[in-house]
Every structure is written in structure tokens, then in C-alpha cells.
Design a protein around this ligand. Structure first.
Ligand SMILES: Nc1nc2c(ncn2[C@@H]2O[C@H](COP(=O)(O)OP(=O)(O)OP(=O)(O)O)[C@@H](O)[C@H]2O)c(=O)[nH]1
Ligand SMILES: [Mg+2]
Length: 291
């Protein structure tokens, strides 16, 4: 059976979309590991994929995706049951999503991407919350209570008042932005959608907790969890923890350890519920599953 699948990778800047795609391409091309989906055909334009995967293998930072030109990736995949898929995934810049929130406008081409999408991979980086809304609300609270000495980042001196920047839409908490992006997508989707939530850089989470991805999401992002649960008539969702890079490549020892692994495949870790595997195709296979 032949089917087409248009998936959309959605996520704020730096949420891990390109790194995931690079690791996915490495695994598909390598073919040596057990994966739910396999590469069927190589007749695709591989220049962009090869470039990001070369960076990934070398543990170099993949480039931030630019707004223009849009990188469109088309893969021909086969499931274990023999169904073949033409998988289209534009690798979009997180800035394009940030702009939707700030300007409340969306490119016509992006609206088309959403309408065509049969599923969404929704990326959330576990570290994105650092230094934004929490810090801001603590600073605000400190000013209100008149305790400038407790202000972080040296704000204060005049009662702290000049340390507070005026509110702007960019300062929205990450969870609110993520829910907003989901709402944009749901408003435009023509049918019930499937959403694979990927908590990227799972290695960072794993070093602090043994919680499963959906439990971690419930604890750290309760608004997002409630939104997903309460809209079950519009969407089906599952939560995956994915370490596509395997560790923090900005820390020399971690980068060295990753480069010394016999096989780059061993960097990858995917957690779903209590199960852990190296199958990075899992979130995509879940989106494509017949139900
Ligand atoms: N520790 C760790 N860091 C990761 C992992 N995957 C991605 N990162 C880091 O997260 C940051 C963002 O990754 P990208 O893949 O560029 O994110 P993106 O969503 O494509 O970002 P834009 O192109 O700006 O939209 C980079 O600094 C990566 O090194 C991982 O598995 N583990
Ligand atoms: Mg990118």
C-alpha cells in the first residue's frame, strides 16, 4: 500500500527540530539498527540532510535554521507492515513560529503546510524556561515587595524599579507560546490531528529525574498538559523524550565521550512511557500508525 504523509515539525527557536532531523537521517541511511520505519528509496535531494548530519556526526552545533529559504525534506519510508510513505517534512525556522506569536500573522505557505499535515511533531526543549518568565516574575515580585537586594542580575540600586523592563509579547512564558502555537494549528487543521510531543535534549532531564516523559510534562508544563488532555476531541497525543545528540556538546568532556562511541547511533535515546530504545523513528511511526 502506498500512502502520503505530510508531517510538520513545530517548535520555538532552539527546540531541537534540526538536530532530530539530522539524527533521523543518520539512522535511516545507516540501516544497521532496528527501527520502526526504514528508508525505502534514496531518490531524494540529500544535500541539506547530508550537511546537517555531517555536523551532527562531528558533534558540531547544527546551524540555526534560517527563515528563508525553507528547507523541504522528502523521504520515502516503509513501515514494518509494508506500508510505504512519502514523508514530507519542511525544516522550519523556530523564528517563523515566534513571528506567528508576535505579529499574529502566518505565511500563506505555512497555513498550507498545516492544512496538508497529517500529523505534528511538536518540539519542546526542557531548558527553554530558564531565565525567562520565572526570573522575570521573581524580579517583579521583589520590586513589589521592595527587596531590591534579592534581585538577580544586579538589578536594583533605586529600589529595583529601573531593573524591570516593560512587558512585551516576547516575554510570554514558554508554555503559553507553545499552547498558542498549538491553537493556531488546531484552528486551521481540517481534521482531528495527531501530535507527537517530543521533549528534546532528554539527556538533560534524565540527569535530574526518573520521571517518564508524560509525567515530566505534567509536572513542568501543566498548562500544556491540560490543553492536550482537554482537547482530546480535536487531537490525539503522545509524549516522547528524545536525546538526539546524546549529551551536551558545549561541555568538552561530554562531547569527547560522544565522539569516542564506536557507533554514532549509540548517542540516540528515545523514551516513551517506561520503554527506552534507540529508535528515533518512533514518534514518526506513532503518527503514521493505522488506528
Ligand atoms: N543536551 C542536548 N542538547 C541538544 C539535543 N538536541 C539538541 N540540542 C541542543 O539544542 C539546541 C537547539 O537545537 P536545534 O536542533 O538547532 O533547534 P531548532 O529547533 O532546529 O532551532 P531553530 O532552527 O532555531 O528553529 C542546540 O544548541 C543543540 O545542541 C540533545 O539531544 N541533547
Ligand atoms: Mg533548526
Amino acid at each position: 500500500m502506498n500512502a502520503t504523509a505530510n508531517l510538520l515539525f513545530v517548535g520555538l527557536p532552539g527546540s531541537g527540530k534540526t538536530t532530530f532531523l539530522a539524527a533521523l537521517w543518520h539512522v535511516l541511511e545507516d540501516r544497521s539498527s532496528e527501527t520502526s520505519l526504514k528508508l525505502k528509496d534514496l531518490s531524494v535531494d540529500r544535500a541539506y540532510l547530508n550537511q546537517i548530519t555531517a555536523d551532527w556526526r562531528a558533534c558540531s552545533q547544527v546551524q540555526r535554521t534560517k527563515l528563508e529559504p525553507e528547507e523541504l525534506v522528502v523521504l520515502s519510508l516503509a513501515s514494518a507492515a509494508g506500508t510505504t510513505f512519502e514523508l514530507t517534512v519542511p525544516d522550519l525556522s523556530g523564528e517563523a513560529f515566534e513571528q506567528q506569536i508576535v505579529d499574529r500573522r502566518m505565511a500563506v505557505s505555512h497555513q498550507e503546510n498545516i492544512r496538508r499535515a497529517t500529523g505534528f511533531v511538536f518540539f519542546v526543549h526542557p531548558g527553554v524556561k530558564e531565565g525567562t518568565q520565572l526570573t522575570y516574575s521573581r524580579r517583579l515580585q521583589a520590586v513589589i515587595e521592595g527587596t531590591p537586594s534579592s534581585l538577580p542580575n544586579g538589578a536594583g540600586g533605586d529600589g529595583g524599579r529601573s531593573g524591570i523592563e516593560p512587558w512585551s509579547i516576547e516575554k510570554l512564558p514558554t508554555q503559553v507560546k507553545v499552547v498558542e502555537l498549538l491553537q493556531f494549528a488546531l484552528e486551521r487543521a481540517l481534521q482531528k490531528v495527531r501530535i507527537a510531543v517530543v521533549i528534546s535534549a532528554w539527556d538533560l532531564v534524565e540527569s535530574t529525574t526518573t520521571l517518564a516523559p508524560h509525567e515530566y510534562l505534567a509536572r513542568e508544563m501543566p498548562l500544556l498538559r491540560q490543553f492536550l488532555d482537554s482537547n482530546s476531541d480535536l487531537l490525539d497525543h503522545a509524549v516522547f523524550g528524545v536525546s538526539a545528540q546524546g549529551g551536551d556538546i558545549t561541555v568538552d568532556e561530554q562531547k569527547q565521550a560522544l565522539l569516542e562511541l564506536d557507533d554514532a547511533l549509540m548517542r540516540i535515546k528515545v523514551r516513551h512511557g517506561a520503554d527506552t530504545s534507540q529508535d528515533i523513528t518512533m514518534p514518526i511511526a506513532w503518527l503514521l500508525e493505522e488506528r
